[in-house]
Design a protein around this ligand. Structure first.
Ligand SMILES: Cc1ncc(COP(=O)(O)O)c(C=O)c1O
Length: 400
């Protein structure tokens, strides 16, 4: 295992090559958190086409603030997909109950029929995830939620920039949440709504619950890592070293767990988010192109089942389904050892093992169960052509 081989580690950080001189310049300006947040909010309102926007510590915290704002009671429930995101479900479970829905086989998005079945008198909200950047059937879900008078919370953690028929993801829900962590590899997120009253409530709740703590040491090493990545272009030992220190200091400053999700992003993190959000179309085009390229590289493999690129999707991740017996957990470990950045154990592990309250998934959620057992997701986003080819070869080596 050569996990700590710096060259391997550096490849795993391939995503960081998204960072460029613009990011560094904005980081060096030392603008305040307030100024940066205000600029992000202005950008998002215009870009998504929703009236109110507020920077939040994380998408998770956004869900928490929404549920607190609508005064959800312990015995009430939120309808969402079991195959999705552990943090989302944990956040719902801290506030009330979760009602799990199955997903559609060919999109991994929540099944609209199952949502209709799941809504009951105790349902306060429906929370679909635009999974891997591919929007759920938000038009139908919007109609259902309107009819049933429940709140539609659109989880856009994966789908900033995605669209349905030219309408931006995040403008369908009564309220929507975005995460910078997923798209820009920095901390924080944005919550959006057209509902002024709900917005004011959420803003007060955010101000009450978010933890404002500056992390200047981590900022220093984060800046050092960014400088070496941008300046050296081929960021090897130096960027790896400062990145590790950056992460270490983040950890020492109470990262992970409940508190980290409530920690307000500092100006280093907000600068990175703002700078990248401003050139989002370039980044997003890369995601889509690489998705299509990897699809072409793998589409003739008869042991694999792929999801073709769907118009409007952000294509944040590349899901791969297996027709034969492949152990997804072993495959993701193998890819990780070989230096791939973040092949996802995520949804496999979380769904099957870690989520409390998913009872007998095989019976009630057959598609989620099958998908979790027979698929992985890889990150294709910023890989150069030769790495895409290597990724393909690694996958084929493993399954053959
Ligand atoms: C679909 C989805 N929603 C929400 C989140 C939480 O995002 P954050 O890390 O910003 O809390 C994640 C994170 O993995 C996610 O995948």
């Amino acid at each position: 295992m050569n996990l700590f081989n710096p060259l391997n580690f550096h490849r795993r950080l391939a995503r960081f090559s998204n960072f460029n001189q613009d990011d560094l310049e904005l980081v060096n300006k030392y603008l305040s958190e307030e100024e940066l947040s205000a600029q992000i909010e202005i950008f998002m309102k215009k870009y998504i086409g929703v009236k109110y926007a507020i920077v939040i510590p994380s998408a998770r915290s956004g869900i928490d603030f929404i549920l607190k704002a609508i005064n959800v009671k312990k015995e009430e429930n939120v309808v969402t997909q079991a195959f999705g995101c552990r943090e989302v479900i944990e956040t719902i479970n801290e506030n009330c109950k979760t009602k799990y829905c199955d997903i559609e086989e060919n999109t991994f998005n929540i099944s609209v029929d199952r949502v209709i079945q799941a809504i009951d008198n105790n349902t306060k909200a429906v929370l679909p995830i635009n999974i891997y950047g591919n929007p759920a059937d938000m038009v139908s879900l919007k109609k259902i939620c309107k009819k049933e008078k429940v709140l539609l919370i659109e989880d856009c953690a994966h789908s900033l920039g995605a669209e349905i028929d030219g309408i931006k993801s995040g403008s369908f829900g009564d309220v929507s949440i975005f995460s910078f962590g997923k798209t820009f590899l920095t901390k924080g997120g944005v919550l959006m709504t057209n509902n002024k009253e709900l917005f004011e409530k959420i803003k007060n709740i955010r101000d009450k619950y978010q933890i404002n703590k500056k992390r200047n040491i981590s900022r220093f090493f984060g800046k050092l890592a960014l400088t070496s990545i941008v300046k050296l272009k081929k960021f090897k030992i130096m960027s790896t070293f400062s990145f590790i220190l950056f992460k270490l200091f983040e950890k020492l400053n109470l990262i992970y767990g409940k508190e980290s999700s409530l920690l307000a992003p500092n100006n280093f993190e907000l600068s990175l988010a703002l700078s990248q959000i401003r050139r989002n179309e370039v980044l997003f085009q890369k995601l889509k192109n690489n998705y299509k390229r990897l699809y072409d590289l793998l589409k003739n493999e008869k042991d694999l089942e792929l999801l073709p690129y769907k118009n409007g999707s952000l294509a944040l991740r590349f899901p791969i389904k297996f027709k034969n017996n492949v152990n997804p957990l072993e495959l993701t470990k193998y890819l990780f050892r070989k230096g791939c950045f973040e092949p996802s154990l995520n949804y496999y592990n979380e769904y099957l093992a870690n989520i409390k309250g998913v009872k007998e998934p095989e019976k009630s959620l057959p598609v989620s169960d099958k998908t979790a057992r027979k698929s992985i997701v890889v990150m294709q986003d910023n890989l150069p052509e030769k790495d895409l080819i290597e990724l393909k070869n690694l996958i084929l080596d493993f399954i053959s």
